[in-house]
Write a protein that binds this ligand. Structure first.
Ligand code: NFS
Ligand code: SF4
Length: 672
């Protein structure tokens, strides 16, 4: 049993791991101790796509400077597929899995949007009409009709209906170009994608084609396989994910800065605790409403509780937090631990990142594990209450009542760690624009000015998962702090955002504590935290939009690849993270991952991802275990871009000025 302190950097999590051990409840860390990752699979060097295999082609261990024996150079499976092909296929299928998850999430939101537009989803409505009209413009849906004096605005319903039909058709579109991918990135990027032949045609087709091409005996040229990876990943970032984000904003409201709280300490012993866990905010939005209804609160009181406490987990948490300030119980690695508090009366799951072990942990307590999506059942679930957008409110009420009914059944002693931290969240791309420029002159000029004058050295996106193979939250925090110290502003989403929240980085006060002088000054002037929580993992599309807006605001080149920016997922684990990473790379961003890297089985392929791609796409992958070193690499990349833009001198001047100013202040204080 490894030391608990090496499992998580978060004291609340440590306390609960210890508690789980004392209670004899098995968690992910116990299983991780028992099962080490297969070293061959870990480097992507195992092919099991036909029954003549599985064929293993691991890279032989050789000492530095030693020649590889000839038979090793020609590593191949029994069909002759080379290590390059095998590793590329495995990588490609990760991109497929990730893009499919996001695009299918998106389809779900699209279906709801269509039902709302046609008036078939009572309880939901279009909350952000301005954003709806923006989308309509993107999709060439007219927002007015008639000519001259007869010209009048079209009704919201009609616009929404036409838009919904167009968006839904885009999932199955066979040719042409995805609307956002063609319209929203900088022009130069769009041209580049067209020239390379990687502009996605539809949301589904790219995934299907990539699955086909990685079937036995099809595409066996690794550059060509990766090219389709690029097209598929773009269909996620500038397709499915972006559609989800935008439609969720239209339906549930665009996030604006809001205060929240995070960590397991948000649960309340004397309340009915409901945890919403998963990714699609469609049903959680209704559960939020149901949990606040006076009759429901009364019902809870009748059962002896003081009220109903709703809290989120994983990206569903981010969605509810960003829009309603609903507290977050924790990120991915805390899901089992939440139940071990003994205070969770129901955990409601939809899709993605839900450990099957939840059923086992829940069975040790009174917790009801309720699955709500027909696509995601869990063996051992307490019950399945399928979501149906036509009766969502009734379903939500039924779920909340199930939780309340369970309150009197608590049997284990309740232990809620005394751990919760305040956060400020809700930095959509539009909100940042507003904060930086005001409503009239809303734009990214201010940020650009500060990047050009050197106060802000660059922009980093630190995103992605937790992973039980590395200390929970630690790499996110080490990396983020190193970036802040060096005046790099950090945009966060997903489980990374929650790591930052738990460490107090999502507050304006963090600026003075963690940032270099330039970034601290900018954050204090604007009144923002130095780490901006932009939402869930599909909301990485907001980071793409911010990057495109920064290019548009001028002075920093004319493509995303010109920006002094970098991305990272230091604790990644899911296929979604690979798809996200690859769409960042495809959009021109240097992107570094931690923990492990799934293509190390082929040097040629890895070299292409880490170096070769830069010539084609302007972005590239990297892998670095040490989060501080990874941050330093990101900063080196940022400095390289600053030099290319000719703004490296400005930063030296600012730092010099600032040092002088400090000296003067100190002299003044000393002279008093
Ligand atoms: Ni993103 Fe969000 Fe977390 Fe990773 Fe899972 S919850 S979608 S995949 S683990 S960041
Ligand atoms: Fe082996 Fe080729 Fe079959 Fe893969 S496709 S399992 S390499 S025979």
């Amino acid at each position: 049993m490894a030391e608990i302190e090496s499992r998580s950097v978060d004291p609340g999590t440590q306390e609960m791991i210890k508690h789980a051990q004392e209670q004899g409840v098995e968690t992910i860390w116990d299983r991780a101790d028992k099962m080490k990752p297969c070293p061959i699979g870990a480097e992507g060097a195992c092919c099991r796509i036909c029954s003549q295999g599985p064929c293993r082609v691991p890279k032989p261990k050789k000492k530095k400077g030693e020649e590889e024996p000839a038979e090793v150079k020609a590593r191949m499976g029994v069909c002759g597929a080379t290590a390059e092909t095998i590793v590329a296929r495995n990588f490609a299928r990760m991109v497929c899995g990730g893009a499919a998850a996001h695009n299918d999430h998106s389809r779900g939101v699209g279906k709801l949007f269509r039902e709302v537009a046609y008036g078939r989803a009572p309880g939901y409505k279009i909350k952000d009409v301005a954003k709806l009209k923006q989308l309509a413009r993107d999709y060439d849906v007219p927002i007015t009709e008639g000519e001259g004096d007869d010209k009048k605005a079209r009704s919201t319903e009609i616009i929404a209906q036409e838009l919904a039909d167009k968006i839904m058709a885009e999932f199955g579109q066979q040719d042409g170009e995805l609307v956002f991918a063609a319209k929203r990135p900088p022009k130069k990027r769009v041209e580049l994608w067209r020239n390379l032949g990687v502009m996605p045609r539809g949301c589904d087709i790219e995934i299907v084609e990539l699955m086909h091409r990685t079937h036995m005996g099809v595409d066996q040229e690794y550059h060509n396989i990766l090219k389709q990876c690029t097209r598929t990943a773009i269909s996620d970032g500038w397709g499915g994910s972006m559609i989800s984000t935008d439609l969720q904003d239209v339906l549930f409201g665009m996030p604006v800065p809001v205060h929240g709280e995070i960590n397991l300490g948000v649960l309340k012993e004397d309340h009915v605790n409901i945890i919403i866990h998963g990714h699609e905010p469609v049903l959680p939005e209704m559960i939020y409403v149901a949990s606040q209804e006076p009759e429901m609160v009364q019902y809870a009181q009748n059962k002896g509780a003081k009220g109903v406490q709703l809290a989120g987990m994983c990206c569903s948490a981010n969605e509810l937090l960003m829009r309603h300030g609903i507290p977050v119980a924790g990120n991915y690695l805390q899901q089992e631990l939440a139940i071990t508090t003994g205070a969770v009366d129901a955990m409601i799951v939809d899709v993605q990142c839900e450990m099957q072990s939840l059923a086992n942990v829940a069975s040790c307590y009174h917790t009801k594990l309720i699955t709500t999506d027909p696509r995601a059942r869990i063996e051992g679930e307490t019950m399945h209450i399928p979501m149906d957008e036509h009766h969502a409110m009734d379903i939500a009420r039924r779920i909340v009542r199930e939780a309340i009914d369970n309150f009197p059944n608590r049997r284990a002693p309740v232990l809620i760690p005394d751990a919760k931290y305040p956060t400020v969240v809700g930095f959509s791309y539009e909100t940042i624009r507003y904060l930086l420029g005001g409503s009239i002159r809303g734009s990214y000029y201010t940020l650009n000015d500060n990047i050009i004058n050197g106060r802000v050295r660059g922009i980093a996106g630190v995103v992605g998962c937790n992973n039980c193979r590395t200390m929970h939250d630690n790499s996110h925090l080490e990396m983020t702090k190193e970036l802040l110290k060096n005046d790099v502003i950090v945009l966060v989403t997903g489980c990374s955002a929650m790591a930052s929240g738990k460490a107090g980085l999502l507050t304006p006060e963090a600026a003075a504590k963690y940032c270099g002088p330039g970034l601290a000054e900018v954050c204090e002037t604007v009144g923002i935290p130095p780490v901006l929580h932009m939402g869930s993992c599909v909301d990485n599309s907001r980071i793409l939009m911010a990057a495109a807006a920064v290019v548009k605001a001028g002075g920093l080149g004319n493509d995303i690849s010109d920006l002094p920016a970098a991305g990272a997922a230091p604790e990644w684990m899911s296929e979604k993270a690979i798809s996200i990473g690859h769409y960042f790379v495809s959009s021109g961003v240097y992107t570094v991952f931690g923990v492990s890297w799934p293509t190390l089985g082929s040097d040629l392929l890895t070299d292409y991802l880490f170096r070769g791609l830069e010539d084609e796409l302007g972005g590239k992958w990297d892998f670095e275990l040490d989060p501080v070193l990874a941050a330093k690499k990101m900063i080196a990349h940022i400095d390289k871009k600053r030099a290319a833009l000719g703004i490296d001198k400005a930063r030296e001047r600012v730092l010099y000025d600032m040092a002088m100013r400090r000296e003067m202040e100190e002299a003044a204080v000393g002279g008093e």
